[in-house]
Design a protein around this ligand. Sequence first.
Ligand SMILES: Nc1ncnc2c1ncn2[C@@H]1O[C@H](COP(=O)(O)OP(=O)(O)O)[C@@H](O)[C@H]1O
Ligand SMILES: [Mg+2]
Length: 287
Amino acid sequence: MSHLKTENLSYVYGEGTPFKITALDNVNIDLEKGELVAIIGHTGSGKSTLVQHLNGLLKPTEGKIFLDDENIWESKSKVYDTRFRVGLCFQYPEYQLFESTVYKDIAFGPTNMGLNEKEIDERVRSAAKYVGIPDGMLAKSPFDLSGGEKRRVAIAGVISMEPEVLILDEPTSGLDPRGREQILGLIKNYREKTGKTVIIVSHSMDDVARFATKVIVMNDSRVENSGTVDEIFENSSRLSEIGLSVPQITEIFIRLKKMGYPVSEKVYTVEQGHSELMRLFAERGIV
Ligand SMILES: Nc1ncnc2c1ncn2[C@@H]1O[C@H](COP(=O)(O)OP(=O)(O)O)[C@@H](O)[C@H]1O
Ligand SMILES: [Mg+2]
């Protein structure tokens, strides 16, 4: 069943001005409940504009968005509801954090949902715990935190609304490898634990290959392709034409193949690479 869908969605920034930019051009996507969707595409391809439509933050210039088969722009109350049901973590956490304390920032969503103080407090503490923000940090100003901590507070602020769909726009950009692993682990665990739909905009093909159940490729304001990790990464030459790449491990296997080794090029994760090499070694009596 369709959970979240766009129908002929187009969006123009600065309509009616000389600076008009078509950021989305007839975009159709259809996501099912519980999927972990990765959106990839070169900078400026329209990814952030697309995800800001999915929670009703931007209003389509043309086309429609459906959540559980209902048009989110059908009425004011529907679009208001959508902002709580579909939680969006911005590309830059600085855009999302503006309160004087971490506690207030995480409480912002639940407060707007009209929950009572006790419920809000429970939501804030459990979301903070979930993302690994210790109690002692709740009274701090969000601006005194490290990049990775800010990111986690921003995620906690969205999770505290318990949205049906969680969207994260480049949640690991600017983080060191350890910070990245923490955030990715958190997101994966969230989806496995809650069964909720998760959408991640990502620049890292290695990460996408590891976690996505579905990949959407954006190119020049349009959806270029969508499918499973295997379907998307098997066409490496098309991906490089549109400014993207395949995972690093895939590049290694493509090279090995060119060098004459009888390996598969359809290797997208380090684990797959390991078993492919083991197969080759066993075949040659090396192990
Ligand atoms: N607030 C804005 N005003 C005008 N143009 C914008 C704005 N935000 C994005 N754009 C333009 O829209 C296009 C798509 O941008 P964006 O959705 O941010 O892409 P991505 O997230 O894939 O990098 C780009 O050409 C970008 O310059
Ligand atoms: Mg973006």
